[in-house]
Design a protein around this ligand. Structure first.
Ligand code: 5MM
Length: 341
């Protein structure tokens, strides 16, 4: 393992002004997104949609540091034969790959899930590296509800995240470690804070036990935020203050960077929260975005599967990427959204 190189890539992924595009929707998830805009989820449509994103020159060259791909996408070529991975490299961004294979029900723990995909992961990582992937992603899903999460679910998921991260580093690939505490439910921000603290503490304990080099990884957490159905929705300032406090207590400064998931927040909320956190600096790590929905909802709508809408889709994507790029430096203002509208 070349830790200097892993550290260099991790730092590039979270460089101020840029963040990560999570375009790793599995076939089931992208179908849901396409259903919402009336587009059939065929292999060609999925390719054309992602080609539109990766050819968005302004977004990709100025605001996107890396792109997380799904297995199908990393092997796809565009109509002229160019691999989609090459489009990403040519823009100056780093290609990455989602390597977990989804979740399964966790035995003895009703309603809880464990992420799977460790079998043959070492062989798969080798092939992904040859294809150009320089980082990977594995997502654990932790739900908050009555009597959950159990310590069992937190432990097994942390263990799998650390196993995955160690295998990635051995394959010279930077692991994005994503323990997502879902924002579904009616819990308040303090319950989210408490659960996320347990999840992050256990995850870093496992990472240490399994000898993962913290300097060569990126953390992708949820923010400390109110559940979607909670009657009291915390303000932007409260989310920022509690999230920064939580991360400072759980994430060692050796970690080069943290890149948030958006988790179902609106586009503008996700941007405002990141921006507000940068007003609370200096911070011990890079702090940026690794959004899926909060970067793609607008371009999906603008594109709607029509070739004549490609430019509109790219404009919408570039706008969101620019807003989040500014937020990653604490330079975003809501008036910039209104101006663009
Ligand atoms: C893009 O969505 C990712 C893949 O989800 P599935 O495996 O369920 O299809 C997802 O892991 C994503 O990378 C993160 O959750 C961040 O996305 P959001 O939309 O929460 O920012």
């Amino acid at each position: 393992m070349n830790l200097t190189e892993l550290n260099r890539i991790a730092a590039a992924m979270v460089v101020p002004g840029k963040g990560i595009l999570a375009a790793d929707e599995s076939s089931g998830t992208i179908k849901k997104r396409f259903d919402a805009i009336g587009v059939e989820s065929t292999e060609t449509n999925r390719r054309d949609y992602r080609e539109m994103l990766f050819r968005s020159k302004e977004a990709m060259s100025q605001y996107i540091s890396g792109v997380i791909l799904y297995d199908e996408t990393i092997w796809q070529n565009v109509a002229d034969g160019t691999p989609l991975v090459k489009l990403i490299e040519q823009s100056g961004a780093i290609p990455g790959i989602k390597v977990d294979e989804g979740t399964q029900a966790l035995p003895m723990c009703p309603g809880e899930l464990v992420t799977v995909g460790l079998d043959k992961l070492a062989e798969r990582l080798k092939k992904y590296y040859e294809r150009g992937a320089r980082f990977a992603k594995w997502r654990a899903v932790i739900d908050i509800g009555s009597g959950i999460p159990s310590m069992t679910a937190i432990s097994v998921n942390a263990h799998a995240l650390a196993r995955y991260a160690a295998l990635c580093q051995a394959a010279q690939i930077v692991p994005i470690v994503e323990p997502e505490v879902l924002m579904d439910g009616d819990h308040d921000i303090d319950r989210c804070y408490e659960v996320t603290q347990r999840v992050l503490s256990k995850t870093f304990q496992e990472l240490r036990v399994q000898r993962v080099a913290l300097e060569g990884m990126v953390l992708k957490p949820n923010m400390a935020i109110s559940g979607k159905k909670c009657a009291r929705q915390a303000s932007v300032e409260e989310v920022a203050e509690k999230t920064v406090r939580l991360l400072k207590t759980c994430v060692p400064a050796a970690v080069p960077g943290i890149a948030f998931l958006s988790g179902g927040q609106s586009d503008e909320e996700a941007t405002a929260h990141l921006n507000a956190m940068h007003k609370l600096g200096p911070l011990p790590w890079g702090l940026t975005f690794s959004y899926g929905r909060a970067l793609q909802a607008a371009p999906q709508k603008a594109w709607s599967g029509k070739a004549e809408n490609v430019a509109a889709g790219q404009t919408a994507f570039s706008h969101r990427a620019r807003m989040n790029g500014l937020a990653s430096k604490g330079e975003w203002q809501s008036s910039l959204e209104k101006k663009a509208a």
